[in-house]
Structures are given as structure tokens and as C-alpha cells.
Ligand binder design. Sequence first.
Ligand code: GAP
Length: 517
Amino acid sequence: MAAQEDVFKKIISHCKEYGFVFPSSDIYDGLGAVYDYGQNGVELKNNIKQYWWQYMVLLHENIVGIDSAIFMHPTIWKASGHVDAFNDPLIDNRDSKKRYRADVLIEDQMAKYDEKIDKEVAKGRKRFGDSFDEEQFRATNPRCLENAQKRDALHQRFQDAMNAEGSIDLEELKQIILDEEIVCPISGTRNWTDVRQFNLMFKTEIGAAAEGASTIYLRPETAQGIFVNYLNVQKTGRMKLPFGIAQIGKAFRNEIVARQFIFRMREFEQMEMQFFVKPGTELDWFQTWKERRMAWHQALGFGSENYRFHDHDKLAHYANAATDVEFHMPFGFKEVEGIHSRTNFDLSQHAKFSGKKIEYFDPETNEHYTPYVIETSIGVDRMFLSVICHAYEEQQLEGGDTRTVLHLPAALAPIKLAVFPLTKKDGLPEKAREIVDELKFHFNCIYEEKDQIGKRYRRQDAIGTPYCVTVDHDTLQDGCVTLRDRDTMQQQRVKIEDLRSLIEDKVSIPSLLKGLK
Ligand code: GAP
């Protein structure tokens, strides 16, 4: 576990050192849970968004995109339930004056029982060597059993409190924290306040105060922009069910526990798609979208063992199925995407609150009805984090050398080709620039002449550039360059005029999409 935490810290430093992610307002010591993307980060992020957009919108004839405003009519958030129910249960420690999410403190406590079990298992493995049977050990070792029983009991109590009739049982959450003797990580004390609800939406005002400003919210999800445009798009696009509307955009949540770098941010980006279907067909579509979304993730080649679905046992009152796509991050399996069958809840609520009729006329059955919705919702930043975490490697090379390399899928890499003149004279820079000037219209290239070739390779490895080309004195005679592959580090002599065909297809988003069935 500690080793994984160290790796994660190194990834965070790497992201800053190589222009991927900077803390926001860095020269003012940062702003909690807000980050900026640097020169390489923005390219990677844009490529992730393109991969999603091209898959969802270009490859699905019945999905179209929109770009709705961040500011929306405040009643939208009343209708959607966010004003009344988009809350986190908070607790303060009176000594440290630090504020925590009560549910997160309890989840961390459950994870501690799991850590204790894992430690016992590790000890057992050491003791019994090759003959170690982990399954049997977990099922029979008294300390494993005791901790598993404590974890399960806590899990049950926690679930009951979170899903209590009406709303979360805040008193019970506090009682659990006291009974489990959970201490504040800063003060080390158990001097807790009561648990209370905290709404996660940011408020601001629209219009000058003198003219009667009104309170509006920064949207906490992009989905509502899609729901309130359902009629506009359906009518103007003459869309027939089933069809989808996709959107990529910023969302804002006043997260209390902001941890794990860009995993939980206060300003982040979502890629959401609402798929409108005939009532009664939604569970089949839910299954279809689960399969499609998982295939999209796995086409990146990170290994199917690094993904899993986490189906929700307890559903929101308006949902009839929900699952998360989880990815194996350095800090465990974590949600990257949610897939939800949201019935006709949102459209019906907007019909009720706006007074407008929001229905579909089905020409096949001559019926009017409110469509049901399957939603796929993925965070761009979480996806970015999963890509970077999987790509990062500190590699031991033959001869005792090491390198840090990002094995990014070539189609997502910020730069596809770096072109180096071997020296800064003899016409080599001019030849190298000629190559960049020709290829830059087809994919992202850079020219680099500083430092020895070895150092230049390392810099490109560190930002995940899949190909480097070196122009040497022979190039001027034979028109060939040395093409070096990031992952294998193998080099081959190729003709300049073949570079485009050798590289273009491998670094394009369509090459990834073609891998999808
Ligand atoms: N419209 C549904 C919705 O917003 P969600 O599960 O709250 O559902 C969907 O969010 C996705 O948005 C998550 O799976 C995650 O990838 C991303 N996300 C949510 N909150 C986030 C945060 N504070 N920081 C970064 N990403 C976040």
C-alpha cells in the first residue's frame, strides 16, 4: 500500500514537472481541489475528449451533441432535486477545526479492517511459502475472520444509516463514528460536532444587485442542460426514439473532502450522454450501454483486469438500475464513470416545474409518452488520471540505467513525433525543420535541438511521445532518418517520405475507434 502511495506521489510530481497538471493559482500557493492543465496536459485532455466525442457522436448515427450554458434557470435545480438533496453529511473536529465528510470517515474505517486482513494474509504468505492457500487462510485465520466480521457489521450499519427512510440518519452516522472510536487525523481526538447536511452547489448572483439580482447555481452536472434541451433537439433534429444527446462541459461541486489530486475536484469536466428510449425498453438499453462503455474503456489496451463494474444495490428512488465503471488506480479500484437508468424522472420533473408538455409522439404506436433515459456520465479529469496512472513507469534498463516513461496510447499522447537534428550545424536543423513543417499538418510534431540525443529521448519518453526521429549527416545523402519507438526503444532507418504513412495511422483517434467492435 505504502509503495502504491509513493508511486502516486511521484505521478503527481511528474504531472507538474512535465507540464501536465499544475495546482491552480500556483504562485499564490494554490486553491484547494482546483487544478490547471499545462501545455502537455491540455493536449492529452483534448485527445481524451475527442476519443469520447468521436465514439459517441460520430459513430452513433442516433446521437447528437450540444453545448449548453453553465448558468441555468435556478428552478432547474429545484426540479432536478439538487437544491433539496445534493448534500454531503459533514462533521467537524472541535480541536483541529477541520471538517470531514462523515461517510468518508466511516468508509476509511472499513478500509482499515481490510488493510488489517491484507497484513495477516501477507504474513501468512511469508510463513507458508509456496504451499500458501490464500482463500483457505482468509476463511479460517481467526484474525482475518474477526476483522471481516467487524467490517461487515460496520458496512451494514453504515448502509442502514445512509439509506434510512426519508433521508440520511445523521445521528446514527455520528454514533458510528463514536462507537468505532474514529479520531481526527490532525488532532488525534474524538471531539466531534454533530453531523449535518451540506449542499454541494456553488451559488452566485446574476444581474446587478440594484436591479434585483437573483441567486443562481454553477451547474453540478452537465446532464440537466441536456434534459432541458430535449424538446429543442428532438424537434429541430426530427429525432426518433431511441436517440441520444451528448455534451462535454464543466461542472462544479463544493467538495468537502478534496483528496487524491484530480480525482475529486471542485471544478471539473464531464462527458455525459442521455439516451432517450421507449418506456419498457430501458433495462435492455442499460445493458447495451454497459457493454458499449466498457468496450470503449478497454480499447485503450490497459488490460481488462483493471476494470470492473460496481452495480449499485441501493438505488435512488427514480432509478431502476445503476452501475459504476471502476478503474484500478494506485489507491484502489475507483469510479471513473456512472451508467444510470433514470426512468422518466428528470423529464417529468421539468414538465411539472416548467408547465411545458415534454413528451414524445411515437408514430409507430400513435401514443404520446415521456421517454425513459439511460445516462452515461464520465469525468474527463478522472479519465485523465486513470490514463496517466496506467501509463507511468519507472523502467530499469540494461546496464543499470533507468528512465521514466509514459506508455500513453499513441492516439492520446500530447505529441506524436519529435524531430531532432543530430547537431546544430551542417544543414541538419534545416532538414529537421523541413520534416516538421511537412508533417505538422497531419499530427502534432515538435522540433528539438537542445542537449545530447539521449537526453532528448528521455524528455520525450517522460511526456509519452510515441516516436522520435533523428536527422544525421547520412540523411542529407540518402534521405533516410532514424525512427525510434518509445516503448521498445528500437530504432530503424526509414525514408523521410515514408514517415507519414508509418506514423499517421498509429497515432490517430480512428485507429483506436477501429479497435472497437
Ligand atoms: N449526471 C450524473 C452525475 O453527475 P456522478 O456520479 O455524480 O453522476 C459522474 O458523476 C462522473 O463525474 C463520475 O463518475 C466522475 O468521473 C465525475 N465526477 C463527479 N464528481 C467529481 C469531482 N468532484 N471531481 C472530478 N470528477 C468528478
